[in-house]
Ligand binder design. Structure first.
Ligand code: GDP
Ligand code: IMO
Ligand code: MG
Length: 429
């Protein structure tokens, strides 16, 4: 009963979608268990490029059953568009299952996300504006709307009216915005009933039975360790658990089922939105990484902040998640650099920290301590075995591996499906 997890080790956009796609042919179910359409995964198959937000990336593999589990927050309009867009490109989405317990992102969550950010001014998080934070806040406050509520008009009405009674006061009196008519929200949600109905089920039971029957289930995290609400750089984080713990609550899987914890990590680091980022580069090297790596957001199109590889972050991710295998992506982007620095520790006001400082202010003031490695000039995008990589690239990988707390089992040498070097199988022992 193999259950595999693919998650992000840094601040997102590590290439999780691509790594998931790599495993696609071996799996029966692909499951998204946290976040919502704040995620953006780009997958390149031949000449086709797909950008997915709410649907699990594994959906592109014929035969798999895609599942949106209870921990996800769902903007149903976005879900419908994404289903339609894939259908029109010939992708089979008919097997999609959606948890009855997942929470719903409504118009008022999106509005509140945007106005709260504006209100924060200089202290803003730089959210994706998709309503993620306000929807999770409602879930925790026990005033959220769940997918199952849409099928009980009375309950839906009560919940939406109760939520808006309070939120409209906030929107009008604090943010000087127009009130939202509960009827508009209710009618919109009721309108999705017929399309949603065949998809909605108890996904925890479905997946439990699949695992018991010996099926392979791949769980895909959105966002990443450093954006995790508990373990990330709070408050500059998303509002869900993107780490291994989030899988347990977000899907209802029992921990003993989990056989492999695969974490995706870039050969350098990027971040979108605000918050601390010790290895961030403001010079021509930052521009080089952004340009070579095409580091612009899949969801918002924002240029990503770029910096060198941060080994304490990798070790932190390895510990928090129990990583068994790293997938190192975008090694090809480093081609052409004479020297490649890796952050091995931080200097915080004259004190060396070899691990992530527990105090957030220390992390804000952390200056990277670098060790430099030789670069390589050869094009590596055609390499398919470790031995085909230039000696300097091999050395870089082996040094990263020593510092990062888990083995590096696969290496991305280009965005396309087959542009990968596999050192250890990600599915077999
Ligand atoms: P995700 O959110 O973790 O799924 O990652 P994104 O899709 O937002 O960003 C990763 C980007 O890197 C995508 O555009 C991928 O096509 C691209 N990518 C993934 N792996 C590689 C690689 O090994 N080399 C290169 N050059 N690009 C890659
Ligand atoms: P994937 O799955 C990168 C960032 C936002 C912002 C913070 C909070 O593609 O790796 P939110 O809208 O979630 O409340 O925003 O988190 N963020 C991401 N950054 N990749 C993502 O997803 C992200 N999802 C959220 O930029 O800083
Ligand atoms: Mg992304």
């Amino acid at each position: 009963m193999p259950a595999l997890l693919v998650s992000g080790a840094q601040w997102g956009d590590e290439g999780k979608g691509r790594a998931t796609d790599l495993l696609g042919s071996k799996v029966d179910y692909v499951v998204k268990f946290n976040g919502g359409n704040n995620a953006g995964h780009t997958i390149v198959i031949g000449k086709e490029k797909y950008a997915l937000h709410l649907l699990p990336s594994g959906i592109l593999t014929p035969g798999v059953t895609p599942v949106i589990a209870n921990g996800v927050v769902i903007d149903i309009e976005v879900l419908m568009h994404e289903i339609e867009a894939l259908r029109s490109r010939g992708v089979d989405v008919s097997k999609l299952k959606v948890s009855a317990n997942a929470h719903v992102i409504t118009a008022y969550h999106r509005t509140l996300d945007r106005v709260t950010e504006r209100f924060l001014g200089k202290r803003q998080i730089g959210t994706t504006g998709r309503g993620i934070g306000p929807t999770y806040a409602d879930k925790i406050n026990r005033v959220g709307i769940r997918i199952q509520d849409i099928f009980d008009e009375n309950i839906l009405r009560q919940k939406v009216e109760a939520a808006l009674e309070f939120k409209n006061q906030v929107l009008v009196k604090i943010y000087n915005r127009r009130a939202i008519d509960p009827e508009d929200v209710i009618q919109e949600l009721l309108g999705y009933r017929a399309t949603l109905e065949p998809m909605v089920c108890d996904t925890a039971l479905l997946l439990h039975e699949a695992l018991e029957a010996g099926k392979t289930v791949l769980y895909e995290a959105g966002q990443a360790t450093m954006l995790d609400i508990d373990h990330g750089t709070y408050p500059f984080v998303t509002s869900s658990n993107a780490t291994t713990g989030g899988l347990i609550t977000g899907s209802g899987i029992a921990p003993q089922h989990l056989t492999r914890v695969i974490s995706v990590i870039k050969a350098y680091t990027t971040r979108v939105g605000a918050g601390p980022f010790p290895t961030e580069l403001f010079d021509e090297h930052g521009d080089f990484l952004r340009k070579q790596g095409f580091e612009f957001g899949t969801t918002t199109g924002r240029p990503r902040r770029c910096g060198w590889y941060d080994a304490p972050v990798a070790r932190y991710a390895a510990r928090i998640n129990g990583v068994t295998d790293f997938v190192l992506t975008k090694l090809d982007v480093l081609t052409g650099l004479k020297k490649i620095p890796i952050c091995v520790a931080y200097d915080v006001n004259g004190v060396t920290h070899s691990e992530m400082p527990v105090n957030q202010s220390d992390f804000h003031h952390a200056k990277p301590v670098y060790k430099e490695f030789e670069g390589w000039q050869e094009d590596i995008s055609g390499a398919r075995t470790f031995e085909e990589l230039p000696a300097a690239a091999q050395h870089y990988i082996l040094e990263l591996e020593k510092m990062s707390g888990a083995r590096i089992s696969a290496i991305g040498v280009g965005p396309e499906r087959e542009q990968v070097v596999v050192r250890h199988s990600l599915t077999e022992d």
